[in-house]
Write a protein that binds this ligand. Sequence first.
Ligand code: MF3
Ligand code: CO
Ligand code: CO
Length: 249
Amino acid sequence: MPVEILSPREIERMRRAGQCAAATLREVGARLRVGVSTADIDRWVRADTAARGARPSQLGYRGFPAAVCTSRNAVVCHGIPSEAERLGDGDIVNVDVTSELDGFHGDTSMTFVIGEASPEARHVVEVARRCRDAGVAEVRDGARLGDVGAAIAALAAREGCGVVEAFGGHGIGRRMHMEPHVAHTGVRGAGLRLKAGMAITIEPMVTLGRPDIRQLDDGWTIVTADGRWTAQFEHTVLVTKGGCEVLTA
Ligand code: MF3
Ligand code: CO
Ligand code: CO
């Protein structure tokens, strides 16, 4: 299947979906503090998404039981919100919001630092953010997906961090997950050539230790195999002639 090229009208709808997801993430992020449960985050995402006339894309996706992924400390991604899980001083938590508005999806996440985190925890969060931004900076008409992955992997290696290879970004549009797969490692000059009008996500998962992962028995939660902490940031971007437009800014 070729990667879809969005029409100007579709792009306008992607802008609205991206802004919607970004606004929900911003609102929910502002409410995080010690003592909040990840189930609180799920309730806030449901309410804020509904107030914007949108639907949480993740709810029921392949049976996912919540509206948002909340991934704390050693959880890489796909953490399931729970009443029992409360944010503690020094924790880091990724909140991944995907919203469907008017038939199009926007997907964005940030890792938040709760209270006073250790220098190591703050390091992995900052490296993950910079890796996401380094990937975004490679995106333009004519660039290769390998350029995106190579830039991310080089920065993480320079900072002494790992990059998870088992999961990647993805095309996005009328569905949350579409082609192509966007690897966060790669070889410069290799891979799919990006074209103006494609929409993809860039969402590196960066680790303090080894990048190996395992899945918990709940069938969703992905954790680092070595138990060390991990962070992730995600944007949905539109490829343009000269670069890209971040749809979830
Ligand atoms: N928002 C996630 C992503 O960035 C999708 C998680 S799928 C779910 O691709 F089912 F776990 F929600
Ligand atoms: Co995504
Ligand atoms: Co996401």
